[in-house]
Write a protein that binds this ligand. Structure first.
Ligand code: SF4
Length: 400
């Protein structure tokens, strides 16, 4: 339970107003009408391109029923509403990874998330389970900012400077499987926004400093929570020798932060926080730790998507929440908590555009193929990579 303040009763009309504005339209445009479809995985058969929302929904439901016990659908909290409604289990990347590690019943795990999450599920699931990502073009822009070759080059520079032995690599879950494998191979570990503090505390028991990638903001915010001074956290720029620092500066650093960020969470600003407080006195500002340090410090609370959902669920009726995270989750929380005011800090819609690529047509396609005995869009992490990545993921699951 978190500390909470109540909004004033005369704001009731504003609650109604905002809830209406944020209601998610369950109408699904046909795939061919989606403006981004040209960039998406286009080898989906043309028969699916023009199907409307209702037909897709009834076909997905019917096929799920046929596959009961054989296939399970996982959905990330940031998924669009016309996908999350089919999820047998929904959660953040940490909980979905843990679910994949624990459940052995289903032969097929249909992962409605993004590429790195499906990779983690493949690594953690049993060898006889197969992971399917409905749209292979659903990636993560933050994960792409840590190019494995660049991280390896960074490590080699740290080795040459005599700093690698005293540095532990920590990768955020939002990274390629090969980077998780790199961590597993070098004594390192994976973290999520749910467990970053516990993971960094564990890391500092192993070595003097941490190389944290790809999200500089989660790394910095967690470092600050642990009392690490800002001048002991440096940003590594992969385009500059030694990341733009001297060997001595790097030696003094406790955390070397990769220069990566989430384009969704970078949209939130301290001005929006001030605006929410001015408009709704008594509002609690709750943001994700992928936001900048300034925004996190201006907020009342910060935490993972699971933390955000729980805080609002457990809050008293009449309380007001300005939330700094992905709009699909905020809108869902607003709908599920009609007795509270829940709204997004950013008035301009800020969806995760890559997660959005899991359109119901893709889900219908992969499920109907499974029902026909064919597996499409199976995601397989090469065995050697998976073995090492699992070492780093297992360390994380033990730390939490
Ligand atoms: S919200 Fe940001 S970090 Fe999360 S999947 Fe989307 S781009 Fe990646």
């Amino acid at each position: 339970m978190v500390t909470q303040q109540f909004i004033q009763p005369d704001l009731k009309w504003q609650m109604d107003n905002i809830s209406c504005q944020q209601a998610v339209d369950l109408e699904t445009a046909p795939l061919s009408a989606e403006p981004g479809f040209l960039l998406w995985q286009k080898d989906i058969p043309e028969a699916y391109w023009r199907l409307g929302g209702q037909e897709l929904a009834s076909r997905i439901n019917a096929t799920k029923a046929r596959l009961a016990g054989l296939a399970v659908v996982l959905g990330h909290h940031y998924q669009r509403e016309d996908i999350i409604q089919f999820a047998d289990y929904k959660g953040d990347s940490f909980n979905l990874a843990r679910w994949a590690a624990q459940q052995r019943g289903a032969e097929f795990i249909v992962f409605c998330g993004v590429h790195f999450m499906a990779e983690a599920a493949d690594i953690l699931s049993a060898p006889d389970q197969q992971v399917v990502l409905p749209n292979m073009a659903a990636g993560c822009t933050m994960a792409d900012m840590a190019d494995p070759d660049d991280v390896l080059d960074c490590w080699q520079q740290l080795e040459a400077a005599g700093l690698a032995e005293s540095t532990l690599p920590v990768t955020y879950m939002n990274s390629a499987a090969s980077l998780k494998a790199f961590c597993g191979d070098n004594g390192g570990i994976v973290c999520t926004s749910s467990n970053a503090s516990a993971v960094l505390q564990w890391a500092f028991k192993q070595r003097e400093r941490v190389l944290f990638f790809p999200d500089q903001h989660l790394g910095r915010n967690t470092g600050v929570k642990l009392g690490i001074p800002l001048d002991q956290m440096l940003v590594w720029d992969p385009n500059q020798p030694l990341g733009g620092h001297t060997v001595e500066e790097l030696r003094r650093a406790r955390i070397i932060l990769w220069r990566g960020w989430c384009s969704v969470h970078m949209r939130f600003t301290t001005k929006q926080v001030a605006g929410a407080r001015a408009k709704y006195p008594g509002v609690t500002v709750l943001v994700h730790p992928e936001c900048t340090l300034e925004v996190v410090q201006a907020a009342d609370l910060n935490g993972s998507t699971e933390f955000i959902a729980r805080a609002i669920r457990e809050a008293p009726a009449g309380s007001a929440w300005a939330v700094g995270t992905e709009i699909n989750l905020v809108s869902r929380l607003a709908r599920e908590n009609p007795d509270k005011l829940v709204f997004c800090l950013d008035t301009v819609v800020c969806p995760c555009s890559t997660m959005y690529r899991i359109h119901p047509a893709y889900l219908a396609w992969v499920l109907e193929e499974l029902a026909a005995g064919r597996v499409v869009n199976r995601l397989v992490v090469p065995e050697a990579t998976a073995l090492l990545a699992k070492v780093a993921l297992d360390r994380m699951l033990e730390v939490h």
